[in-house]
Design a binder for this molecule. Structure first.
Ligand SMILES: *Cc1c(COP(=O)(O)O)cnc(C)c1O
Length: 423
């Protein structure tokens, strides 16, 4: 469909035929029926497409994955049980023990732990780098066993902007794909594949759902990375998979190789599947995504301006603000807006930030972000609690940083709540 994004958010994915439900049906079934043993056998051999068990695929979840794929301009996509599962699968699909990845150090705390601690236990090493370094500096950290480069378009919680083209160039000139977490920008404001990224991941838990209803994730593959050009680097895709009668994913599935491997290997063995019910809720969220994103951005810019001019505020980071360190990158990669999240600090240090938060009325303290309801969090006391001060600074998170996720309530009410708490 060559329509604009608002139309795609409504009409991509589920396309009812004559007499079928207008809204995406929930196929609440673990399994699917066949008439002959041979018919089902062909599905197990990946010789024919079809549904047989919902750990591998389900019509409801597939329709929503197809919608997100279309929004990002990808070739194929799969939903996962959470954003963490999406990030894990995106990397683990092309890495094994003995491999290495290069990641921006300004990333979501959960992903930082996943890469720095859990992948390490599996024998995959990660080097975290300052994403603002020039490309020549970044290139020094690439090793012969590096299999992927990773970054976030808008970082959580420091809301800095990734120079996607710089990272694409870095990855491609070393024969590896760029994986980008596009959770905060959403495809409404930025489509990393258009800037050369190969794989896009999402925590759909955030703006895509948008109502704090359901956890979820998505991996979208552009289909553009040529795995066969580097067969020694990606043997999992370019050599026979003995657990599938010797299928070679790139030979059999071409541009679909990467996502087919996630489905048939990682989902089969690890099972971090999205449920049809949750995919249905996610689809409702996607229908109104462009409207909400527009309002989130308008409200956040107004709040950022208010905070910037307030005497009790030490600093504000919001790339939508003129003069912000990342304003130019934001103008380039997301000219219609960044997101509803901003970070700032109240004068008086860590304790003043905590006192301010406790005085808020409807803006609630929750471990959530990118939601219709305005919410707030102090990473050093909450999400990033496990990190040392040194690790916090390495990730660009100051101990007094407050992350404010501006919702879609009336802007006068949001500012009034912040103003009374600052007083
Ligand atoms: C929340 C978040 C994640 C993790 O997603 P979950 O759905 O909570 O597992 C990953 N990346 C970013 C940028 C996030 O904001």
């Amino acid at each position: 469909m060559s329509a604009k994004i608002e139309t795609k958010c409504i009409h991509e994915g589920w396309r009812p035929k004559k007499g079928e439900p207008r809204q995406l049906p929930i196929y609440q079934s673990t399994t699917f029926k066949y008439d002959t043993s041979d018919e089902m056998g062909k599905l197990f051999d990946l010789e024919e497409e079809g549904y047989f068990y919902s750990r591998l695929s389900n019509p409801t979840t597939d329709a929503v994955a197809d919608k997100i794929c279309a929004l990002e301009g990808g070739y194929a996509a799969i939903l996962t049980s959470s954003g963490q599962a999406a990030n894990f699968f995106a990397v683990f699909n092309i890495c094994e023990a003995g491999d290495h990845i290069l990641s921006s150090s300004s990333i979501y705390g959960g992903t930082y732990n996943l890469f720095g601690v859990t992948l390490k236990k599996m024998g995959i090493d990660c080097t975290f780098v300052d994403p603002d370094l020039p490309e020549e500096e970044l290139a020094k950290y690439i090793k012969p066993n590096t299999k992927a480069v990773f970054g976030e378009t808008i970082t959580n919680p420091t809301v800095s902007i990734l120079d996607i083209e710089k990272f694409t160039h870095l990855a491609h000139s070393h024969g590896v794909p760029l994986i980008v977490d596009n959770t905060f920008a959403t495809p409404v404001n930025c489509r990393p594949i258009e800037w050369g990224a190969d794989i896009v991941v999402h925590s759909t838990t955030k703006y895509m759902d948008g109502h704090s209803v359901t956890l979820g994730g998505c991996v979208v593959d552009s289909g553009n990375f040529d795995w066969t050009a580097y067969p020694d680097k990606f043997p999992g895709l370019t050599t026979p998979d003995e657990s599938y009668h010797g299928i070679t994913y790139t030979e059999r599935f071409g541009k679909g190789a990467y996502i087919t491997k996630i489905t048939s290997q990682l989902m089969r063995d690890l099972g971090a599947v999205q449920t049809p019910q949750n995919a249905f809720y996610l689809n409702l969220g996607l229908e109104s995504l462009p409207l909400r994103i527009q309002r989130h951005c308008e409200n956040a810019l107004a709040v950022a301006k208010f905070l910037k001019n307030h005497e009790k505020v030490l600093w504000v980071h919001y790339a939508g603000l003129e003069g912000d360190k990342y304003h130019d990158l934001a103008q380039k990669y997301m000219p219609s807006g960044t997101c509803g999240v901003l970070s700032f600090a109240v004068k008086g240090g860590r304790q003043s930030s905590i006192d301010f938060m406790d005085k808020l009325k409807f803006i609630s303290i929750v471990t959530h972000v990118a939601d219709a309801k305005s919410c707030i969090l102090h990473p050093a006391s909450h999400t990033h609690r496990q990190m040392t001060d040194e690790q916090l600074r390495e990730a660009g998170v100051e101990p007094d940083l407050i992350r404010l996720s501006v919702g879609i309530e009336n802007i006068d009410d949001i500012i009034a709540d912040i103003a009374q708490a600052l007083e």
